[in-house]
Design a protein around this ligand. Structure first.
Ligand code: VGL
Ligand code: ZN
Length: 199
């Protein structure tokens, strides 16, 4: 029987109320995820981790506003307010998150020229983070996901997980969404179609 792990996505101050890219009610995921952490033998965290001036920041594109879309070499990219800049308070995990037992922290979005929503691949859908190899080598075949935001980093991570052959369950109660132009409904449908279990 393959082992299972909890994958906690981006529970960082900038995605919580008061943060630079605040997700409504984002900090409500903390107690739910703490409960999950207590029930899993293996816990992995992701941390959105951008250098200053990252290409996904609207501030790096003169004349553009946050939430505009631009064409990048690898496809369409939503522009965001500056967020989760390496080493800042906004990039830190929420203090209430009981993360100390985590065995791995995957940082993503650190390449200046490409954004990364998924815990598995950058937004070019080619550059791996190494997570799939790590899981395989450790005999982990099943993932439970929760965190921020449902319709971006959680959803893209879950979709890539099933595509890579892992079973994936998203605990919706432990997630909150950005919901940009119907993105929550669209990404929920994509997850269901792809065989992600929504719990
Ligand atoms: C995220 C937008 C930009 C997320 C990260 O964690 O869902 N969304 N960077
Ligand atoms: Zn980001």
């Amino acid at each position: 029987m393959s082992r299972e792990a909890l994958l906690v996505i981006d529970v960082q101050y900038d995605f919580c109320p008061g943060g630079a890219l605040a997700v409504a009610d984002g900090d409500a995921v903390v107690p739910v995820i703490n409960g999950l952490i207590g029930r899993f033998d293996h816990v992995i965290l992701t941390q959105d981790w951008h250098p200053a001036g990252h290409s996904s920041f609207a501030s790096s594109h003169p004349g553009r506003q946050p939430f505009d879309t631009v064409a990048m070499a690898y496809g369409e990219q939503t522009l965001w307010p500056d967020h989760c800049v390496q080493g800042t308070r906004g990039a830190a995990f929420h203090d209430g998150l009981e993360w100390t037992k985590a065995e791995l922290v995957i940082r993503k979005g650190f390449r200046p020229e490409v954004d990364s929503y998924s815990a598995f691949f950058e937004n070019d859908h080619e550059t791996p983070t190494g997570l799939a190899g790590y899981l395989r080598e450790r005999g982990i075949g099943r993932l439970t996901l929760a965190g921020l935001a449902t319709d971006f980093c959680v959803a893209y991570s879950a979709l890539d997980a099933v595509r890579a052959g892992f079973a994936a369950t998203v605990v919706m109660e432990g997630c909150r969404a950005i919901d940009l132009g119907g993105s929550l409904a669209a990404m929920t449908a994509r997850m269901e179609e792809a065989g992600v279990t929504l719990a």
